[in-house]
Write a protein that binds this ligand. Structure first.
Ligand SMILES: [Zn+2]
Length: 243
């Protein structure tokens, strides 16, 4: 999925730019010029999680980084020069922000690039284009949304929304659980197996006098049954991690 349509490519991937080879794609709304497309909503090209956002009047301007697990490995998509941006888990097509002209930019445009190695900082640039970056079309054109992935990401989005209901001390293990779900080396089956084992272990321990105080579930209302299921699994995983 392209970030918006109709689009035109003003600078191609790996083509000479003022500072060296271009690490991504510069995109504008086709048929516009100057700042006419300022504020255009920008869609997420591939599902993932916002892991970084920052504002600056230098180089990439307002910058958003979305981390994704792909069949080719982890990828980090940087959406640059934004006017505004969102946060959280993003499905393909979700609005990640709006087009701006912040940073090193003479008129509104979207600079989109995709890293295949995690850099030391998010305003990173290397002239070794093919070592560090991939053509963003790898994510734009990828076919990814199997029903299971869709369910998983929807569940995670819902879980994220319920995070404020949770107490401070539970954040760490909850975060771990979320990362376990989205980790590229973990399949849903292996997570489910782990949770089954956790349930068994909790059952066994419940049969004996408790050594630790039980986790009190925080009442929350779910409309999404998948989210509800994952939420209860998360609680159990936490209970397990405390045993
Ligand atoms: Zn650019």
């Amino acid at each position: 999925m392209w970030p918006f349509e109709p689009y035109k490519i003003d600078t191609e991937f790996n083509k000479p730019a003022s500072y060296g080879p271009h690490e991504g794609l510069d995109l504008n709304v086709a048929g516009t010029w100057g700042n006419q497309d300022l504020g255009t909503p920008i869609k997420c090209i591939y599902p993932g999680r916002v892991i970084h956002s920052s504002a600056s009047e230098l180089n990439y301007g307002n910058l958003l980084v979305i981390e994704s697990n792909t069949p080719q490995g982890k990828r980090w998509a940087r959406y640059c020069h934004l006017q505004s941006h969102s946060d959280g888990f993003m499905m393909r097509g979700d609005i990640i922000g709006t087009m701006g002209s912040t940073g090193n930019s003479t008129a509104s445009h979207l600079h989109l690039d995709v890293l295949k190695k995690k850099p030391s900082h998010w305003r990173f640039y290397s002239k070794n284009i093919l070592e560090w970056y991939v053509d963003p079309r790898e994510l734009i054109n990828a076919i990814i949304e199997t029903p299971m992935e869709q369910d998983k990401l929807n569940a995670l989005k819902n879980l994220e929304a319920y995070r404020p209901n949770r107490t401070q001390g539970q954040e760490g293990s909850f975060e771990g659980f979320v990362n376990a779900i989205i980790g590229s080396d973990r399949s849903i089956t292996s997570i489910e197996n782990e949770l089954t084992q956790a349930k068994e272990r909790i059952k066994t321990l419940e049969a004996t006098p408790p050594a630790t105080s039980p986790v009190t579930p925080i009442p929350v209302e779910f409309t999404d049954p998948v989210a509800k299921n994952y939420y209860h699994q998360a609680l159990q995983a936490e209970a397990w991690s405390k045993l």
